[in-house]
Design a binder for this molecule. Structure first.
Ligand code: PTJ
Length: 252
């Protein structure tokens, strides 16, 4: 770990890079994960590396979706585990109703085991992976190993939180009738457009904010959460995110 002084104007961003590089060396993150992060980092730079009101509205809607769901599941990949592994442990501790499942774009049995062991080592004992089920469920519309689901995880989920997700899987999850909440800094991505709720914000800011909102919503009346969702407009959120990026380009 290199020495990044707190006073460095880009300290937070540089530390995230380090988490990913450490994840790469631990065999959790792939080389392409670094490239994916670079794309996100560029967009976050244009967004001023801060949470915008459209992301706050999406977090509130995401919390309503997950609170109202019968079987909400958080799915994680290598980048997510490297960036917010500890925050996921806190999320799991605070919200026993949430299930967690590892799903990898670049899948191999060895890598899946490494990611799972890492998460469990951090304290997320209930993390799942399809390989530990005798009869994995299958998500139609996908050819890769990403189609397999743990029957107690995404297999029986009615709502799924995905982060830094590939568009094909997001589309297949929505087509299967599940409600999808996506965390993705790119409002133009297929994932962002397909998901019912898209949080356009940096992952490490989103997870603690979502954790807090879920705690607040635990005592919220069901009608209030349903009303929040009825009033939520994901297209408007995406439009506002694109406008904010344009503003960033204009140097304003
Ligand atoms: O660990 P694996 O094998 O499952 O692979 C994970 C990656 C991320 C490599 C894989 O899912 C992938 O290639 O993703 P994409 O298609 O590049 O999509 C990642 C999306 O997440 C892009 O739209 C990025 O802008 C966005 N993104 C990247 N870093 C962040 C982010 N969004 C929020 N916070 C970030 N830190």
């Amino acid at each position: 770990m290199s020495d990044i002084p707190d006073t460095h104007p880009r300290a937070a961003s540089l530390r995230l890079r380090e988490r990913l590089v450490e994840g790469l060396h631990a065999g959790i993150v792939t080389e392409t994960g670094l490239i994916a992060h670079g794309r996100g980092e560029a967009i976050d730079y244009l967004l001023g590396e801060r949470t915008h009101p459209f992301a706050e509205r999406a977090v509130a809607a995401a919390s309503a979706v997950l609170t109202l769901a019968a079987h909400p599941v958080v799915t994680t990949n290598g980048n997510v585990v490297a960036l917010v592994g500890r925050e996921l442990v806190a999320l799991a501790e605070h919200h026993p109703r949430l299930a967690f499942e590892v799903n990898l774009f670049h899948h191999s049995p060895e890598r899946a085991q490494r990611v799972l062991s890492h998460l469990r080592g951090l304290g997320l004992a209930r993390a799942m992976h399809f390989s530990e089920s005798a009869a994995p469920a299958v998500l139609p519309g996908l050819d890769s190993a990403r189609r397999f689901m743990h029957p107690e995880g995404v297999g029986k989920a009615d709502a799924v939180l995905v982060a830094l997700e590939d568009g094909d899987r997001c589309q297949a999850l929505v087509a299967s009738g599940r409600t999808v909440v996506a965390i993705d800094l790119n409002p133009l991505s297929r994932t962002a457009k397909m998901a019912q709720v898209t949080i356009v914000d940096e992952l490490t800011r989103v997870v603690p904010a979502l954790d807090r909102q879920l705690l607040t919503d635990r005592t919220a009346p069901r009608e209030e959460l349903e009303r929040r969702l009825a009033e939520y407009d994901n297209r408007a959120v995406l439009r506002e995110a694109v406008a904010a990026i344009r503003t960033g380009f204009a140097g304003e």
